[in-house]
Design a protein around this ligand. Sequence first.
Ligand code: PLP
Length: 490
Amino acid sequence: MTAPGDTPPEEFRKQLHELADWIADFRENIETLRVAPDDKPGAIRAQLPKQPPEEGESFEKILADVDRLIVPGMVHWSHPMFLGYFGWTSTAPGILGEIISAPLNVNAMTWRTCPAATELETVVIDWLRQWLGLPDEFGGVVYDTASVGIMHALAAAREEAAPSTRKVGLINRDLPRLRVYTSDEAHSAAEKAAITLGIGEENVRRIETDADFRTDVNRLRETIARDVRHNFKPFAVIATVGTTSSASVDPVPEIAKICREERIWLHIDGAYGGAFAMSPEYKWVSNGWEMADSIVINPHKTLFVPLDFSVLYVRDLERLRRVFTLVPEVLRGDTIEGEMNYMDYGIQLGRRFRALKAWVIWRSLGREGMVARLREQVRLANLFADWIRNDNRFELAAPVSMGVVCFRFVGPVTGIADAGPGSSNPATADRLDRLNSAIVERINASGRAYLTQTKLRGRTVMRIGLGNVLTKEEHLRKAWQIIQETASKL
Ligand SMILES: Cc1ncc(COP(=O)(O)O)c(C=O)c1O
């Protein structure tokens, strides 16, 4: 009897060829699929066996079930008519990068457990730093998501504001309550981090924004001063470059000045918008970054790297290491002093070889290729904004700064004055909220396109994100037609 090992090489080769065709077919025919399924919750689960498999099954059978059950039950984020969130993208080189990582399957926790993974991570982090124009005193680490990056940044900030928290915690110490500040348009990852770090979500102070959804700096200054008078300890400010709803950009230089004066950690959430700094006409988004303590960038949102890949930069990375370094006995032999051990820079021990897919896609496109694609997204966003301006049943709900457009159906011409986000008639505005939400729901349920809805100034607006390399002008035109038709019907 032969030992139960792996699939025989010849059979594996055959399966790989079959899979290669499957991937190429999927990519080529993606436009023929519904963007989102029309299943009710539980419909997919109902078709899957409840019992775990007792005996092994063939790959052919499993792949057939992917086609039959999984693909139709998905929202296809790579579909050219997917305009949700930030217009997610897959690319052929990105897929190839993911495929190469699969057989390597290493654990990049220390330099020694995989020198190439560790050194390549350092290299791609530094490439991105150069592209962004960040000073070389910033070092970085790759995590899965920006939420995790923000949590680590605030952990480092907390340690500087309340030394020895790493060792003895926050409880039963004679410390003022820590407070963190961010705008009312910033991402909820701030509260998630405060929950995790024992800061408490109530100690995330949301600062009002101005007419363009940017942090009101005077309010920020006043709130910090009031908190100091009431014996709180302001310890961090999060400024956003590219907010989640409207991609607005906070006045970072002014915020940085306050942080310097008050000796507060400045974190920049550039998860979406930070990467635009690569493009010369967007250099302005990085104004003030040299005064930041940490910055998060999500190349899986804006720089074509497949999910997940988020980079946290910290000015003097040692400030982060100090909080998290810890060598378990079992790894002592695999830890070389002086070499980069990425396990020292966060709570995660095991780490996948994420740098490989970034290296493949960034080499394939180059800076020029990426900037050209970002420019096309911005061109499409502005084109869409022009269509909105030319149809008086709709209005723009926020300035268009990057690849995001927020807009609102405001009804027939006679209703406009009374119906916009600043409407003085709450009943009309409430009705329009429901209508805007219903338009998005109806379109998403149709499977023909996919949009997002959000709230700005408390009012529901529709939102599209351009980012998918497969989304062309003709797709956007079709989406605009679907939006107009759906609005007319409702
Ligand atoms: C501005 C901003 N920050 C942070 C996040 C959280 O990103 P992640 O999903 O990588 O945690 C998002 C997600 O959309 C975001 O838009």
